[in-house]
Write a protein that binds this ligand. Structure first.
Ligand SMILES: [Zn+2]
Ligand SMILES: [Zn+2]
Length: 224
């Protein structure tokens, strides 16, 4: 669960028991500044971890506004004074969070209105680390990737997974857009970049470039 490396960013993973969704706490080693990425069904555990650390939460960053990635926003914002940021193209999904949940027979607390936008090219400064925002639509219209060049890590949400890619059959999804996002925003990152996805285990750019059946040139490509 915890990665102890020389990385300037300490990253902890919190997986939702219901949807298998991965949320992350990313902290600058030097300053302790911390952001929560996609607080989902394990938000209480995230809050407990922050409490033990005696840490403030500097911001909540959302890769996209599907219900499983935002169901913990209300909980975290009730406990911490942390502004919520997301790409404006996912605002309609965000505003419909409780309806999204109802479609899955799930109930969640509506998140408060967002405080700020994430836009392509924007840089979120986290102590001595940066997180670059890369717009990567296709799974959802306002999906972004958060890339940390110093930490050699990218939070890729539901764009790409170890051995798979995000679904594109939900409202606003597009397979062609998703593949373009993967080519332009993921495969352009350095090979050794760790990819931390919204579901499942972490991987690397190189591993997905060479073995992901949807991406690798030697593989048949489009699965049914
Ligand atoms: Zn999603
Ligand atoms: Zn998801």
């Amino acid at each position: 669960m915890e990665h102890m490396t020389a990385s300037p960013l300490t990253i902890r993973t919190f997986t939702s028991p219901v949807f298998g969704q991965n949320a992350y706490l990313a902290s600058c080693e030097a300053t302790g500044e911390t952001v929560a990425i996609d607080p989902g069904g394990a938000a209480a555990a995230m809050a407990a971890a922050l409490g033990e650390q005696g840490a403030e939460l500097n911001a909540i960053l959302l890769t996209h506004a599907h219900m499983d990635h935002i169901e913990g926003v209300a909980d975290l914002t009730a406990r911490f004074q942390a502004p919520v940021h997301l790409h404006p193209a996912d605002l309609p999904l965000y505003d419909a969070a409780t309806q999204q949940a109802a479609m899955f027979g799930h109930r969640i607390q509506a998140p408060p209105p967002p405080d700020g936008e994430l836009s392509h090219g924007q840089v979120v400064q986290l102590g001595s680390c940066r997180l670059e925002v890369r717009h990567a639509p296709g799974h959802s219209p306002g999906h972004v990737i958060l890339y940390g060049p110093e930490a050699e890590v990218a939070f890729v949400g539901d764009v790409v997974f170890a051995g798979s890619i995000g679904r594109t059959d939900l409202p606003g999804g597009s397979f062609d857009q998703l593949m373009a996002s993967i080519r332009e925003q993921v495969l352009t990152l350095p090979d050794e970049t760790r990819l931390l996805p919204g579901h499942g285990p972490e991987t690397t750019v190189q591993r997905e470039r060479t073995t992901n059946p949807f991406i690798a040139p030697d593989h048949p490509g489009r699965h049914a």
